[in-house]
Design a protein around this ligand. Sequence first.
Ligand SMILES: [Fe+2]
Ligand SMILES: [Fe+2]
Length: 184
Amino acid sequence: MNDLKTLVRNHLKPSRYKHTLGVCKLAVHLAKLYDVDEKDAEIASLLHDYCKYESDEAILETFRRTNKPIDDVIMNHPNLGHGYMSAVIAKEQFGVSDDIFHAIMNHTFGRPHMSMLEKIIYLSDALEEERSYEGIEMLRELALKDINKALLMACQNTLIFELKRGNMIHVQTILMHNALVEER
Ligand SMILES: [Fe+2]
Ligand SMILES: [Fe+2]
């Protein structure tokens, strides 16, 4: 694991590595609480933003060569596909499991009916200690008690944030929102 940490540190800017360690810390904590393999949480966290600084072209090329459809959001903002590229590299270079692959892939947009590991990585990315925005403390506490409720609130925050700025909304985020409301 220390080898992986060194590799990731050398691959990212210091600020992004700090964020990655923050995600890792929270994800391992949540993994303990929700009975998920801590090592899986650590590996997924360490690699989730691995391709954050790849060029738009490199990200789009990863979609093309793996026959992954390029949707409207990715076409307009290729960097938002860094999760997918990171997941592909994690699989190809580090041989991660399918669950870790999905957790890395879905950390940006989410998806309906995520596994517990996927939920943990999605929320840890949003709530790690380096981030600060209104209401984050309450969400952090909620994540420890009711992960689905925290997920729904984090998802609502994202939707409101993007809508207010006139940004596009990824269909997976809307589907996740609806599934969480339905399950409630
Ligand atoms: Fe990311
Ligand atoms: Fe991240």
